[in-house]
Write a new protein. Sequence first.
Length: 199
Amino acid sequence: MAVEELIEISSPALAPRMVDYDKVPSRLHPLLDVKNGFYAFESALFVRPWGGGVGSAEWWNAEDGWRTAYGESANGLTFFAEDVFGFQFAVDDERFYMFDPETAELDPVAASSGEWADCILEEFDELTGYSVAHLWQSLNGPLRCGFRLTPAVPFFLGGEFKAEALKEKRDLDVARMRAHVYTQTKDLPDGSQVKITLI
C-alpha cells in the first residue's frame, strides 16, 4: 500500500505513537497509526506529529494562530503537512487538499490517506519541491527541523522556485508572512499594482 511505502522511506517518527485520537481527523489515522509525524524526500515533505507542543499539528492549527487571516477559506480544514516551500496539505471531512497560503486557493488532491500517499509518491517532485530542496541543501547544508524555504518576493508575484533565490526561515515566520501578504492582496482585482508591507 502507498501509505506503508511512504512511511518506509521517511524519517523516524517525530513523536511517540498515538494513543488519543479524539481530536485527530479520521482520514489521518492510517498515516499516524504507523508513524506519528515524519520528514520525507530530504525534508521536502513534513508531516506534523500530534500530541501537543511547538511544532505539533495542534499548535499549528491553533484558532488564534496564522490561519485566522484566512477566515472562511480555512474553516473546516486541518493542516497536517507541507511541502518545502510551506504550502499546506489539509484535510476535512471529505477530502485531502493542497492549500496555497499566498492566495488561499484550495485544490483537491485525494479522497483518502492511501490516495494522498499514492499522489505524493507518484508526483513527489511537484508536490513536495524535492529537486529544489535537494539542490538548496547541496549548496547550504541540511534544512533545519521546523524551517522551510521561501523567496524574498512571494511566488504569486514573481518569486522564483530556484534554490539560489530561496532563504531558510522558521515555518511559523513563513506562515505569518504569507498570511500578512494575503490580507493585503486578497481583495485586489487582477492586474493591480501591488505594494507589499512585510512584517
